[in-house]
Design a protein around this ligand. Structure first.
Ligand code: SAM
Ligand code: SF4
Length: 343
């Protein structure tokens, strides 16, 4: 997939929607609330030795809510809380409550590993959370524990059930597929949730951090689909509204929806409508790193909402056409980034 061309004659807007020079309108903000996590998934974090962000660098809930309100006034409609693991940040229900009452925010979601979620599902729903995505890379408890370095599968399954009961639906599952590690889970995951019509299993291409990993461990989405096609009849549902970059299919035998997300083999930069706010206030207009002052510094420097909005507009106008994860080893730009950026 090619990168989008700059649109000739497009002028930087002074108000209205958040548009970049490639004509992409931005309506989706991912907010990482912490870089910490209670799991250590092998593909995401090293087992030890991580340096966490100093606490005083984290945006407060009030600062996050203020930033989201300014984004909402510029057309952002969808917000997703992520991390690190968002549920390890204490009092997260308060943030959900603040964000859900911001005018313009129509869809408030969270991506979680589920470990601390089940008992809080009702509270999150009451606070105004609309949906959750749960990361689950294996339905084999031993393999799950190995992949997450200590995670408990049952707690994650309980989280999925609790979310369904709390009407946080559909519950979307994220399964990162690593060749030679958990690729046996493609059919196992589908089978495990075959009787849950409100659960959508999505398979995600592993984003390797080196060329070697890429050669050995990357499994293209087309090959994941072929594995399912050996057993099921797949009918295309395409890219559904609200489904983000996932291409969805229906399994005719069971009626299940399954999705494939392919950040490596099918670049979706041309349709990118997302922005990422890190827990320390750094904004990324693209997955790759950007040198710009953090929004935390701008807020704590006393900027007004109008000044913040002006800064955001300038940042959008400097957005690059796309990232380079399709190149061999090109995803080096993301190294260590998943935990601070939140996927
Ligand atoms: N802790 C939460 C969770 O695991 O759902 C939220 C943050 S996690 C960084 C967000 C998503 O990024 C997860 O679904 C995770 O599987 C995915 N992710 C992390 N590292 C990845 C990688 N190298 N390739 C593809 N996806 C990755
Ligand atoms: Fe933690 Fe999520 Fe990364 Fe796993 S993928 S280590 S749960 S942040």
């Amino acid at each position: 997939m090619s990168l989008p061309p700059r649109i000739e004659g497009l002028e930087r807007p002074t108000d209205g929607a958040l548009i970049d020079p490639y004509g992409r309108v931005h309506t989706y903000l991912r907010v990482s609330v912490t870089d910490r996590c209670n799991y250590r998934c092998t593909y995401c974090m090293p087992a030890a030795g991580l340096r966490w962000m100093p606490r005083e660098h984290l945006l407060s809930f009030e600062e996050i809510a203020r930033i989201v309100a300014v984004f909402a006034s510029m057309g952002v409609r969808k917000v997703r809380l992520t991390g690190g693991e968002p549920t390890v940040r204490s009092g997260l229900e308060d943030l959900v409550s603040q964000l859900s009452s911001i005018e313009g925010i129509e869809d408030l979601a969270m991506t979680t590993n589920g470990h601390l979620f089940a008992r809080r599902a009702e509270a999150f729903a009451l606070a105004g959370l609309d949906r959750i995505n749960v990361s689950i890379d294996s339905v084999d408890p031993v393999q799950f524990r190995e992949l997450t370095r200590g995670g408990e599968l049952q707690r994650v399954l309980d989280a999925i059930e609790a979310a369904r009961r709390a009407r946080l639906r559909p519950v979307k599952l994220n399964c990162v597929v690593i060749r030679g590690t958990n690729d046996d889970q493609i059919t196992a995951m589908v089978e495990a949730f075959a009787d849950r019509p409100d659960v959508v299993v999505r398979f995600i291409e592993f984003m390797p951090f080196s060329a070697v990993q890429r050669r050995r461990q990357h499994l293209p989405a087309a090959q994941m689909r072929a594995r399912l096609e050996a057993r099921y009849t797949l009918s295309p549902l395409g890219q559904r509204a609200g489904g983000g970059p996932a291409i969805e299919w229906r399994l005719e035998e069971t009626g299940q929806r399954v999705g494939f997300i392919s950040p490596i083999t099918e670049h979706f930069c041309h349709a990118c409508d997302r922005l990422r706010l890190q827990a320390d206030g750094h904004l990324r207009t693209c997955l790759s790193r950007e040198a710009a002052p953090s929004l935390r510094e701008i807020l704590r420097g006393g900027a007004s909402d109008a000044e913040l909005a002006q800064h955001l507009r300038e940042r959008l106008w400097a957005k690059v056409a796309g990232h380079e994860a399709h190149l061999d080893g090109g995803s080096r730009a993301f190294e260590g980034a998943m935990t601070s950026v939140g996927g």
